[in-house]
Write a protein that binds this ligand. Structure first.
Ligand SMILES: [Zn+2]
Length: 308
């Protein structure tokens, strides 16, 4: 069980609206392309469990979790904030998306898997301790990182976020957590607004609109990768967004599928050096259909050595 693909049909039942870019079609496209390309032929399939309240409470406020459960609609929809809409299937989808990363962490930490990809939605990296934000309800990757620290006796977790938007929620959740080092490449200035100074535990990599492969690789290679390697993580987590891809309708960074293969290979190399290869990646953004399919396939080619 070297490589595991975690997903769940519930993740297709989060329906934020016909014109909303974070659509079920994204995940359908990704899963169809993984099937078509044969990349995951040797990957074990695991159904994502529901996250538990205790697992969520490591990074979210109890009041926020109460609110999400209370407002979750039985019919119609409910807007948690301007961009984040819940439909009747959203609570289960969000619970699977967070539960998948927890499951992935358990699989790699117990030695039952080396590489895990969570093909889930909604995404998570904008969700704050007490607020939904930017299509995100629960902080999926943060829930996984907190779970690793709390239950697996490790002291250093690296989070690499290459979604085109800044992973502000994840960054906020670990602002006072020296056991987490996060590297984050994002278009700037862009959503979410603000200034984000480098600090202990956080490495921001700003990219200007129109920059592409060369700048992306240079930022990671010269700034983030040496620091991540020196941190000697015992677990590597990836917030894998594919909205920096050329022609994404939401952003203006011009990456190619090959860039995702490259960065993933570099991150896996770090996992091999200090984390016994343990690496868990989860889907964040990516809105260019069908282009995100091949980009996710390229990511998985490098993530695990059972890819074909
Ligand atoms: Zn994004």
């Amino acid at each position: 069980m070297d490589c595991v693909l975690i997903s769940h049909p519930d993740c297709l039942e989060h329906r934020p609206g016909d014109r909303h870019p974070e659509s079920p079609a994204r995940l359908q496209t990704v899963l169809a392309e993984l099937e078509r390309s044969g990349v995951t032929r040797k990957w074990q399939r695991v159904e994502a469990p529901l996250v538990t309240r205790a697992q969520l409470e490591r990074v979210h406020n109890a009041a926020y979790l109460d609110e999400v459960e209370r407002v979750a609609p039985k019919t119609g929809s409910y807007r948690l904030e301007s961009d984040t809409v819940m439909s009747p299937g959203s609570l289960a989808a969000a619970s699977r998306a967070a539960g998948a990363v927890v499951q992935g962490v358990d699989l790699v930490m117990s030695g039952r898997a080396k590489a895990v990809f969570c093909a889930t939605r909604p995404p998570g990296h904008h969700a704050k301790p007490g607020d939904a934000m930017g299509f995100c309800i629960y902080g999926n990757v943060a829930v996984g990182a907190a779970h690793a620290l709390a239950t697996h006796g490790i002291e250093r977790v690296a989070i690499a976020d290459f979604d085109v938007h800044r992973g502000n929620g994840t960054e906020l959740m670990f602002r006072r957590e020296p056991r987490v080092l996060m590297a984050d490449s994002f278009q700037h200035p862009y959503y979410p607004r603000g200034e984000f100074p480098e600090r202990a535990g956080y490495i921001p990599l700003r990219m200007a609109a129109g920059e592409g492969s060369d700048a992306f690789r240079r930022h990671w290679k010269e700034v983030a990768l040496p620091k991540l390697r020196a941190f000697r993580p015992q677990l590597v987590l990836i917030s894998a967004g594919f909205d920096a891809l050329r022609d994404d309708p939401l952003a203006n960074i011009e990456l190619e599928a090959a860039d995702y293969r490259w960065i993933t290979h570099e991150l896996r190399d770090i996992a091999e050096a200090s984390a016994q290869g343990r690496i868990v990646s989860t889907l964040e953004g990516g809105y260019g259909l069908p282009a995100i399919g091949p980009a996710v396939a390229a990511h998985l080619m490098a993530l695990g050595d059972c890819s074909v």
